[in-house]
Design a protein around this ligand. Structure first.
Ligand code: EPZ
Length: 429
């Protein structure tokens, strides 16, 4: 029932602190199951997907203690391979990482098929191919449940048919305690793959090559507990960078790894946006018009698909014609229908969207269709003339910590409104 009410037109100015990376956190939290000791995870984002991961850990028997908003201590010693039921697994895509860790730790996993953003069909054949190569048997069960079991996992070479973040993570998780060496070829290279490998190695694993397209995992018998701090969220950082550009603002985006932002920085500069890099921050500002530009999403280090809807808002305000090509997902342009209500002029043909830029977006009531599309709508509303209402914001809050507060601190006029029992209440931010 919650929604954002945004009066657009304010330039964003000031500083914003980026939280820990969602897609690293949702891989690292399940990985704790592989450990024989207590793990303390710091810089975890306080978002719904993390809460869902912690809920599943507790369901499996882990003792989960919140130290503060962004630190959690997990004792996995009481975990047993009980079923991960549908009501928990459907809350997010990354619940499938519990297949990898339960298989890796106990040789058996029964997990309901995952939920998450809807971009059409999202198969997990590459995950299953990896588990099978390690010696597991995969059996579909009733009601969308899947069972994966192995007497003993044994390392093997696995070539992924496409670059898949999820399959790379899941195979790493299953292989860490397998006998012998596993080699993943055509592996994903995203920063959160490297972060997961660093966490596993901190616990005593032997994972090499993460960040390249060949990852080698030599199985070990035992993993210790560890203290680990998650990397900053590349996509959250990019989101604030684009928001600064869209509102002709001037924002210092802090707690970032500039190297992870290179593809985003390069495109913003091509569009006439100023980006200055510091050791752990970037300043983004715009004074002139937005130049048209072509963008194609690619696996890392290419332009991230998870920044595609946000950059689309900028292209819709650019001078002239811009082409945006989605090469990771088959169906990630559904949100454009919603953006048209704000005046966006775009033709979509399959995986290509062609934008005719307009100088000024106009406010409208809109619905967030998924996480990144939802935050792109927030950016559009911040840049638009007039008052927009954005509904279905639970999609956005799955992945962005305090997004309303962070934008408000930058000078945005944004309120989060809840409507319990039909009675409209406004929460100040
Ligand atoms: C991860 O999803 C991210 N999610 C997604 O971010 C992101 O869009 C995606 O990687 C690509 O970067 C998490 O990390 C939790 P893939 P994932 O496996 O792992 C096809 C966000 O907004 N494929 O890399 O599910 C698949 O259909 C989310 O934070 C198969 O065909 O993505 C897609 O076309 C949304 N078979 C492509 O590969 C498989 O077995 C890449 O998917 C696996 C994938």
């Amino acid at each position: 029932m919650e929604k954002y009410i945004i009066n657009g037109g304010n330039r964003l100015e000031g500083e914003v602190e980026v939280s820990g990376a969602k897609n690293a956190a949702v891989a690292i939290l399940p990985a704790v199951v592989l450990s024989d000791g207590i793990c303390r995870i710091e810089n975890i984002p306080n978002i719904a997907d993390v809460a869902s991961s912690l809920e599943i850990l507790a369901h499996l028997g882990a003792r989960v203690r919140r130290i503060n908003k962004n630190t959690v201590e997990i004792d996995p010693r009481g975990v047993s391979p009980v079923v991960v039921p549908h009501d928990l697994a459907r809350q997010m895509r990354a619940s499938y990482y519990f297949i990898g860790v339960l298989l890796g730790r106990f040789g058996t996993a029964r997990v309901s098929m995952p939920g998450g953003c809807n971009f059409g069909v999202r198969p997990i054949d590459q995950h299953l191919k990896g588990f099978t190569a390690l010696g597991a048997e995969v059996s579909p069960m009733e009601q969308g449940m899947i069972e994966v079991t192995a007497q003993r996992l044994v390392g093997n070479s696995i070539y992924l048919d496409m670059v898949s973040v999820g399959a790379t993570v899941n195979i790493m998780l299953a292989a860490v305690r397998a006998r012998g060496t596993t080699v993943i070829e055509n592996a994903a290279k995203e920063p959160h793959i490297v972060d997961l490998a660093n966490f596993l190695n901190t616990m005593g694993a032997d994972v090499r090559g993460a960040g390249t397209d060949v990852i080698k995992i030599r199985g070990v018998d035992h993993l210790d507990g560890a203290t680990y701090s998650i990397i900053p969220d590349q996509i959250e950082a990019g989101t604030y960078m684009v928001a600064a550009a869209a509102t002709a603002g001037n924002v210092l985006v802090r707690n970032v790894i500039p190297k992870h932002l290179e593809s985003i920085t390069a495109k913003l500069m091509e569009m006439g946006v100023q980006v200055e890099e510091y050791d752990d921050a970037v300043r983004v500002s715009r004074t002139g018009p937005i130049h048209h530009c072509n963008v194609k999403t690619m696996p890392h280090p290419g332009f991230p698909t998870d920044m595609q809807p946000q950059i689309a808002v900028l292209l819709s305000m650019a001078e002239g014609t811009s082409i945006l090509t989605e090469s990771v997902w088959d169906n990630r342009f559904r949100y454009i229908e919603e953006l048209r209500r704000m005046g966006v002029q775009a033709q979509v043909d399959g995986k290509v969207a062609v934008f005719q830029g307009i100088p000024q977006l106009t406010a409208a009531p809109i619905k967030a269709t998924d996480l990144r599309a939802g935050v792109a709508m927030v950016i559009a509303a911040l840049a638009a003339r007039g008052t927009s209402e954005i509904e279905e914001i639970q999609h956005i809050e799955r992945g962005y910590e305090d997004v309303d507060k962070k934008f408000a601190a930058l000078g945005a006029d944004i309120r989060r409104v809840s409507q319990p029992d039909g009675d409209m209440k406004i929460k100040a931010v």
